[in-house]
Design a protein around this ligand. Structure first.
Ligand code: SF4
Length: 334
Protein backbone atom coordinates (compact mmCIF):
# COMPACT_ATOMS: atom_id res chain seq x y z
CA UNK A 1 0.00 0.00 0.00
CA UNK A 2 1.53 3.36 -0.97
CA UNK A 3 1.47 6.34 1.43
CA UNK A 4 -1.42 8.18 -0.23
CA UNK A 5 -3.61 5.06 -0.18
CA UNK A 6 -2.69 4.37 3.45
CA UNK A 7 -3.48 7.97 4.48
CA UNK A 8 -6.85 7.88 2.68
CA UNK A 9 -7.66 4.59 4.33
CA UNK A 10 -6.76 6.03 7.76
CA UNK A 11 -9.09 9.01 7.41
CA UNK A 12 -11.93 6.92 5.94
CA UNK A 13 -11.71 4.34 8.74
CA UNK A 14 -11.75 7.08 11.37
CA UNK A 15 -14.69 8.95 9.80
CA UNK A 16 -16.72 5.72 9.55
CA UNK A 17 -15.83 4.76 13.13
CA UNK A 18 -16.94 8.20 14.35
CA UNK A 19 -20.42 7.79 12.87
CA UNK A 20 -21.01 4.79 15.14
CA UNK A 21 -18.77 5.51 18.15
CA UNK A 22 -18.52 9.32 18.33
CA UNK A 23 -19.04 11.12 21.66
CA UNK A 24 -22.09 13.01 20.43
CA UNK A 25 -23.38 13.42 23.97
CA UNK A 26 -20.75 16.11 24.69
CA UNK A 27 -22.56 19.45 25.13
CA UNK A 28 -20.42 21.31 22.56
CA UNK A 29 -21.32 18.69 19.95
CA UNK A 30 -24.94 19.84 20.03
CA UNK A 31 -25.89 22.99 18.06
CA UNK A 32 -22.50 23.42 16.41
CA UNK A 33 -21.55 27.09 16.02
CA UNK A 34 -18.10 28.69 15.73
CA UNK A 35 -18.76 30.42 19.06
CA UNK A 36 -19.52 27.19 20.93
CA UNK A 37 -16.57 25.39 19.32
CA UNK A 38 -14.30 28.29 20.30
CA UNK A 39 -15.38 28.31 23.97
CA UNK A 40 -15.13 24.52 24.25
CA UNK A 41 -11.73 24.35 22.56
CA UNK A 42 -10.32 27.03 24.87
CA UNK A 43 -11.70 25.24 27.94
CA UNK A 44 -10.34 21.90 26.70
CA UNK A 45 -6.80 23.28 26.39
CA UNK A 46 -4.95 21.65 29.33
CA UNK A 47 -8.19 20.36 30.94
CA UNK A 48 -9.97 16.99 30.86
CA UNK A 49 -13.34 16.63 29.14
CA UNK A 50 -15.20 15.57 32.31
CA UNK A 51 -13.96 18.64 34.19
CA UNK A 52 -14.89 20.96 31.33
CA UNK A 53 -18.51 19.79 30.89
CA UNK A 54 -20.13 21.64 33.88
CA UNK A 55 -18.03 24.78 33.22
CA UNK A 56 -19.05 24.79 29.56
CA UNK A 57 -22.72 24.38 30.44
CA UNK A 58 -22.58 27.22 32.98
CA UNK A 59 -20.76 29.49 30.53
CA UNK A 60 -23.18 28.82 27.67
CA UNK A 61 -26.14 29.18 29.97
CA UNK A 62 -25.02 32.71 30.87
CA UNK A 63 -23.55 33.63 27.48
CA UNK A 64 -25.25 31.52 24.78
CA UNK A 65 -23.76 33.50 21.88
CA UNK A 66 -21.30 36.21 20.90
CA UNK A 67 -23.92 38.93 21.29
CA UNK A 68 -24.52 38.10 24.94
CA UNK A 69 -20.79 37.70 25.60
CA UNK A 70 -20.00 41.03 23.94
CA UNK A 71 -21.22 43.00 26.97
CA UNK A 72 -19.51 40.84 29.61
CA UNK A 73 -16.73 42.34 31.74
CA UNK A 74 -13.41 40.58 32.26
CA UNK A 75 -14.42 39.99 35.90
CA UNK A 76 -17.65 38.30 34.87
CA UNK A 77 -15.80 35.97 32.50
CA UNK A 78 -13.17 35.19 35.14
CA UNK A 79 -15.98 34.47 37.63
CA UNK A 80 -17.20 31.64 35.40
CA UNK A 81 -13.65 30.27 35.30
CA UNK A 82 -13.28 29.86 39.09
CA UNK A 83 -12.03 26.31 39.67
CA UNK A 84 -11.14 25.60 36.03
CA UNK A 85 -7.61 27.04 36.39
CA UNK A 86 -5.25 28.47 33.76
CA UNK A 87 -7.06 31.81 34.04
CA UNK A 88 -5.13 33.34 31.15
CA UNK A 89 -7.57 31.46 28.91
CA UNK A 90 -10.48 33.46 30.34
CA UNK A 91 -8.55 36.71 29.88
CA UNK A 92 -7.93 35.73 26.25
CA UNK A 93 -11.64 35.05 25.74
CA UNK A 94 -12.32 38.57 26.99
CA UNK A 95 -9.68 40.09 24.65
CA UNK A 96 -10.88 38.06 21.67
CA UNK A 97 -14.55 38.94 22.07
CA UNK A 98 -13.56 42.64 22.32
CA UNK A 99 -11.61 42.35 19.02
CA UNK A 100 -14.52 40.54 17.35
CA UNK A 101 -16.90 43.23 18.59
CA UNK A 102 -14.79 46.14 17.35
CA UNK A 103 -13.13 44.72 14.21
CA UNK A 104 -15.68 42.17 12.96
CA UNK A 105 -19.00 43.77 13.93
CA UNK A 106 -19.57 40.92 16.38
CA UNK A 107 -19.56 38.27 13.63
CA UNK A 108 -17.23 35.35 14.21
CA UNK A 109 -14.30 35.47 11.71
CA UNK A 110 -14.41 32.86 8.97
CA UNK A 111 -10.82 32.90 7.73
CA UNK A 112 -8.07 30.79 9.27
CA UNK A 113 -5.62 33.75 9.08
CA UNK A 114 -8.03 35.95 11.05
CA UNK A 115 -8.72 33.28 13.65
CA UNK A 116 -5.08 32.54 14.32
CA UNK A 117 -4.41 36.24 14.96
CA UNK A 118 -6.84 36.28 17.91
CA UNK A 119 -5.57 35.97 21.52
CA UNK A 120 -5.51 32.37 22.78
CA UNK A 121 -6.28 30.84 19.37
CA UNK A 122 -3.34 28.81 18.09
CA UNK A 123 -3.01 26.77 14.92
CA UNK A 124 -4.83 23.74 16.34
CA UNK A 125 -7.75 25.69 17.86
CA UNK A 126 -8.13 27.63 14.60
CA UNK A 127 -8.04 24.30 12.73
CA UNK A 128 -10.77 22.90 14.99
CA UNK A 129 -13.02 25.93 14.38
CA UNK A 130 -12.42 25.78 10.61
CA UNK A 131 -13.02 22.03 10.34
CA UNK A 132 -15.89 21.65 12.79
CA UNK A 133 -17.81 24.90 12.45
CA UNK A 134 -17.11 25.74 8.79
CA UNK A 135 -16.33 22.20 7.55
CA UNK A 136 -13.16 23.34 5.80
CA UNK A 137 -10.31 20.79 5.55
CA UNK A 138 -7.86 22.18 8.12
CA UNK A 139 -5.67 19.90 10.27
CA UNK A 140 -5.58 19.96 14.06
CA UNK A 141 -2.91 18.80 16.48
CA UNK A 142 -4.16 18.63 20.04
CA UNK A 143 -2.75 16.15 22.59
CA UNK A 144 -5.11 13.34 21.49
CA UNK A 145 -4.36 13.76 17.81
CA UNK A 146 -0.61 13.90 18.49
CA UNK A 147 -0.82 10.58 20.29
CA UNK A 148 -2.90 8.82 17.62
CA UNK A 149 -0.86 9.91 14.62
CA UNK A 150 2.56 9.52 16.27
CA UNK A 151 1.60 5.95 17.16
CA UNK A 152 0.06 5.36 13.75
CA UNK A 153 3.38 6.10 12.03
CA UNK A 154 5.47 5.11 15.05
CA UNK A 155 7.38 8.40 15.06
CA UNK A 156 8.59 10.58 17.94
CA UNK A 157 6.48 13.55 19.03
CA UNK A 158 8.32 16.18 17.02
CA UNK A 159 5.97 19.14 16.56
CA UNK A 160 7.06 20.01 13.01
CA UNK A 161 6.88 16.42 11.75
CA UNK A 162 3.52 15.85 13.42
CA UNK A 163 1.98 18.94 11.80
CA UNK A 164 3.19 17.69 8.43
CA UNK A 165 1.72 14.26 9.14
CA UNK A 166 -1.57 15.71 10.40
CA UNK A 167 -1.84 17.75 7.17
CA UNK A 168 -1.24 14.63 5.06
CA UNK A 169 -3.82 12.59 6.97
CA UNK A 170 -6.54 15.28 6.94
CA UNK A 171 -9.04 14.47 4.17
CA UNK A 172 -10.54 16.99 1.75
CA UNK A 173 -14.04 15.60 2.31
CA UNK A 174 -15.93 14.48 5.36
CA UNK A 175 -13.80 16.77 7.49
CA UNK A 176 -16.33 17.09 10.31
CA UNK A 177 -16.56 13.34 10.96
CA UNK A 178 -12.80 12.89 10.58
CA UNK A 179 -11.85 15.69 13.02
CA UNK A 180 -14.35 14.65 15.65
CA UNK A 181 -13.37 11.01 15.08
CA UNK A 182 -9.64 11.44 15.55
CA UNK A 183 -10.22 13.51 18.71
CA UNK A 184 -12.54 10.80 20.05
CA UNK A 185 -10.22 7.96 19.13
CA UNK A 186 -7.40 9.61 21.09
CA UNK A 187 -9.70 10.13 24.07
CA UNK A 188 -11.00 6.55 24.09
CA UNK A 189 -9.35 3.56 22.34
CA UNK A 190 -5.93 5.16 21.82
CA UNK A 191 -5.61 6.33 25.43
CA UNK A 192 -2.33 7.37 27.08
CA UNK A 193 -1.61 4.28 29.17
CA UNK A 194 -3.71 1.42 27.89
CA UNK A 195 -4.52 1.62 24.19
CA UNK A 196 -7.29 -0.79 23.26
CA UNK A 197 -5.89 -1.69 19.86
CA UNK A 198 -8.33 -4.59 19.46
CA UNK A 199 -11.22 -2.11 19.22
CA UNK A 200 -9.40 0.51 17.12
CA UNK A 201 -10.56 1.13 13.54
CA UNK A 202 -7.00 1.56 12.20
CA UNK A 203 -5.47 -1.45 13.93
CA UNK A 204 -4.63 -3.23 10.66
CA UNK A 205 -2.56 -0.34 9.30
CA UNK A 206 -1.13 1.13 12.55
CA UNK A 207 2.64 0.77 13.02
CA UNK A 208 2.31 0.63 16.83
CA UNK A 209 -0.64 -1.73 17.20
CA UNK A 210 -0.32 -4.02 20.24
CA UNK A 211 3.09 -2.63 21.23
CA UNK A 212 3.39 -2.71 24.99
CA UNK A 213 6.27 -0.19 25.09
CA UNK A 214 3.85 2.69 24.48
CA UNK A 215 2.21 2.07 27.85
CA UNK A 216 5.03 3.39 30.05
CA UNK A 217 3.68 6.04 32.47
CA UNK A 218 5.19 9.50 32.42
CA UNK A 219 7.42 10.58 35.29
CA UNK A 220 6.09 13.71 36.98
CA UNK A 221 8.49 16.45 37.99
CA UNK A 222 8.49 17.35 41.66
CA UNK A 223 6.72 20.69 42.10
CA UNK A 224 8.20 23.46 44.21
CA UNK A 225 6.30 24.89 47.16
CA UNK A 226 5.21 28.51 47.52
CA UNK A 227 4.04 29.84 50.85
CA UNK A 228 1.50 32.67 50.81
CA UNK A 229 0.28 34.75 53.76
CA UNK A 230 -3.03 36.50 53.22
CA UNK A 231 -5.13 38.69 55.47
CA UNK A 232 -8.84 38.51 54.77
CA UNK A 233 -10.82 41.41 56.26
CA UNK A 234 -14.58 41.04 56.38
CA UNK A 235 -17.70 42.43 57.94
CA UNK A 236 -20.95 40.49 58.21
CA UNK A 237 -21.85 41.04 54.55
CA UNK A 238 -18.65 42.16 52.77
CA UNK A 239 -15.11 41.05 52.04
CA UNK A 240 -12.13 43.28 51.30
CA UNK A 241 -10.44 41.84 48.22
CA UNK A 242 -7.54 43.01 46.04
CA UNK A 243 -7.12 42.53 42.30
CA UNK A 244 -3.93 40.55 41.68
CA UNK A 245 -1.85 42.62 39.27
CA UNK A 246 1.32 40.49 39.08
CA UNK A 247 1.70 38.56 35.85
CA UNK A 248 1.93 35.20 37.55
CA UNK A 249 -0.69 32.62 38.52
CA UNK A 250 -4.11 34.08 39.45
CA UNK A 251 -3.41 37.29 37.52
CA UNK A 252 -6.50 39.59 37.57
CA UNK A 253 -8.34 37.46 40.15
CA UNK A 254 -9.56 38.92 43.45
CA UNK A 255 -7.66 37.72 46.52
CA UNK A 256 -7.29 38.79 50.18
CA UNK A 257 -4.50 41.19 51.12
CA UNK A 258 -1.13 39.58 50.35
CA UNK A 259 1.26 40.33 53.21
CA UNK A 260 4.14 40.32 50.72
CA UNK A 261 2.84 43.58 49.23
CA UNK A 262 3.28 45.74 52.33
CA UNK A 263 2.91 45.55 56.08
CA UNK A 264 -0.63 44.67 57.06
CA UNK A 265 -0.39 47.10 60.03
CA UNK A 266 -0.40 49.93 57.46
CA UNK A 267 -3.68 48.72 55.95
CA UNK A 268 -5.79 47.26 58.73
CA UNK A 269 -7.08 48.67 61.99
CA UNK A 270 -7.55 46.44 65.01
CA UNK A 271 -10.14 43.76 64.24
CA UNK A 272 -13.01 42.70 66.47
CA UNK A 273 -12.09 39.01 66.14
CA UNK A 274 -9.36 37.02 64.37
CA UNK A 275 -8.85 33.43 63.32
CA UNK A 276 -6.38 31.58 61.10
CA UNK A 277 -7.01 29.04 58.34
CA UNK A 278 -4.44 26.99 56.47
CA UNK A 279 -5.13 25.51 53.09
CA UNK A 280 -3.01 23.67 50.55
CA UNK A 281 -3.71 24.02 46.87
CA UNK A 282 -2.00 22.40 43.88
CA UNK A 283 -1.39 24.33 40.67
CA UNK A 284 0.00 22.63 37.57
CA UNK A 285 3.55 23.80 38.35
CA UNK A 286 3.44 24.76 42.06
CA UNK A 287 2.08 23.58 45.37
CA UNK A 288 0.68 26.49 47.37
CA UNK A 289 0.68 26.50 51.16
CA UNK A 290 -1.70 29.29 52.05
CA UNK A 291 -2.18 30.80 55.49
CA UNK A 292 -5.12 33.19 55.83
CA UNK A 293 -5.57 35.43 58.84
CA UNK A 294 -9.25 36.26 58.99
CA UNK A 295 -10.03 39.68 60.52
CA UNK A 296 -13.63 40.37 61.45
CA UNK A 297 -14.98 43.95 61.66
CA UNK A 298 -18.40 45.35 62.44
CA UNK A 299 -18.53 47.32 59.15
CA UNK A 300 -16.42 47.99 56.02
CA UNK A 301 -13.87 50.81 56.36
CA UNK A 302 -11.68 52.87 54.05
CA UNK A 303 -8.03 51.96 53.55
CA UNK A 304 -5.11 53.93 52.11
CA UNK A 305 -3.33 52.00 49.36
CA UNK A 306 -2.46 52.15 45.67
CA UNK A 307 -3.53 48.54 45.26
CA UNK A 308 -6.80 48.00 43.37
CA UNK A 309 -9.27 46.88 46.01
CA UNK A 310 -12.96 46.63 46.74
CA UNK A 311 -15.38 45.56 49.46
CA UNK A 312 -17.43 42.88 47.72
CA UNK A 313 -20.72 41.77 49.22
CA UNK A 314 -21.56 38.09 49.73
CA UNK A 315 -24.43 38.36 47.21
CA UNK A 316 -22.11 39.77 44.56
CA UNK A 317 -19.17 37.43 45.03
CA UNK A 318 -20.19 35.18 42.12
CA UNK A 319 -19.70 38.07 39.68
CA UNK A 320 -15.96 38.24 40.45
CA UNK A 321 -13.16 35.88 39.52
CA UNK A 322 -11.75 34.34 42.72
CA UNK A 323 -9.27 31.47 43.01
CA UNK A 324 -11.01 28.27 44.12
CA UNK A 325 -9.33 28.00 47.58
CA UNK A 326 -10.21 31.61 48.43
CA UNK A 327 -13.82 31.08 47.41
CA UNK A 328 -13.91 27.91 49.52
CA UNK A 329 -12.62 29.79 52.58
CA UNK A 330 -15.17 32.58 52.11
CA UNK A 331 -18.07 30.17 51.60
CA UNK A 332 -17.21 27.75 54.40
CA UNK A 333 -15.24 29.42 57.13
CA UNK A 334 -16.26 33.07 57.30
S1 SF4 B 1 -3.97 0.49 16.83
FE1 SF4 B 1 -3.57 0.93 18.97
S2 SF4 B 1 -1.79 2.30 18.98
FE2 SF4 B 1 -2.61 2.26 16.89
S3 SF4 B 1 -3.95 4.03 16.78
FE3 SF4 B 1 -5.21 2.26 17.33
S4 SF4 B 1 -5.28 2.23 19.57
FE4 SF4 B 1 -3.61 3.60 18.96
Amino acid sequence: MNNATKNNKFSKLISDWYLVNGRDHLPWRKQITPYRIWISEIMLQQTQVQTVIPFFKRFINKYPNLKSLSIASEDEILALWTGLGFYRRAKNIYKTKEIIKHDYKNIFPKKFEDLIALPGIGKSTAGAIMSLAYQEPYPILDANVKRVISRFENIKKNEKKLWKLSEMLTPKNNIFAYTQGIMDLGATACSVREPECQSCPVVKICNSAFQTSIQAPKKHKKKSIKKINFTLAHSKQSFLLFKKEEKTFWESLWVPFDNENSKKEMIFKKPKKTKIKNINHALSHLNLEITIEIFEYSAPFKIKTNLTHQWITKDDINNYGLPKPIKTIIENYV
